[in-house]
Ligand binder design. Structure first.
Ligand SMILES: [Zn+2]
Length: 183
């Protein structure tokens, strides 16, 4: 009895994995979203002012991707952009979100101040716009992709110094935001 139940469960799990494998290879979506297809952000004082245009460019890239979703910079926003220590072997940057009933109510980005940064794709430094575009993808609830064939996408999990290719979205990144927020 127990054994046949277990086998049934195994078969169901296998079917689920097979059917879920198609969207996962294109983009990953958590199932959460912003209620109004929009989110604002504001600067914490730890973020250098000469980074603002790079972060704005990253937000605008997603706003202009062809979906209903819009980012906006707002001095009254509680969603903050920080530069702070995440450790010398920690993540390059980190997005934090809070949600209520699967709707996002808060998000932040922290750029790791233990690494060196550039706004011009300088070799040896992480590029602010490159990183911000990826992190704003997490605000939208697109997840990290880590397969080799995902390496050109903005939501690819790994980043090199001097890299700028995540500044522009690939088809799968665009399909992701369109799927979540509509066109
Ligand atoms: Zn990521």
């Amino acid at each position: 009895m127990k054994r046949s139940k277990g086998m049934q469960l195994g078969a169901m799990l296998l079917i689920f994995l097979v059917s879920a494998s198609v969207p996962v290879s294109a983009y990953y979506y958590s199932g959460y979203r912003w209620l109004g297809a929009s989110a604002s952000y504001n600067w914490d004082s730890s973020t250098p002012s000469d980074w603002h245009s790079s972060v704005n460019n990253a937000a605008n890239t997603w706003s202009n991707a062809g979906s209903q979703f819009r980012f906006s910079e707002s001095s009254s926003s509680l969603n903050k952009i920080y530069k702070g220590s995440l450790g010398s072997s920690g993540p390059i940057a980190q997005t934090a979100t809070n949600s209520l009933l699967s709707k996002l109510i808060y998000a932040s980005i922290t750029f790791n101040s233990d690494y060196t940064w550039s706004t011009s794709g300088q070799s040896g430094s992480f590029d602010v716009q490159n990183t911000a575009t990826h992190e704003f993808g997490h605000w939208l609830q697109l997840g990290d992709l880590s397969c080799g064939y995902d390496s050109e996408k903005t939501m690819y999990a790994y980043e090199s110094t001097g890299e700028t290719k995540k500044r522009s979205l690939e088809t799968d990144d665009i399909d992701g935001i369109k799927y979540i927020y509509g066109v």
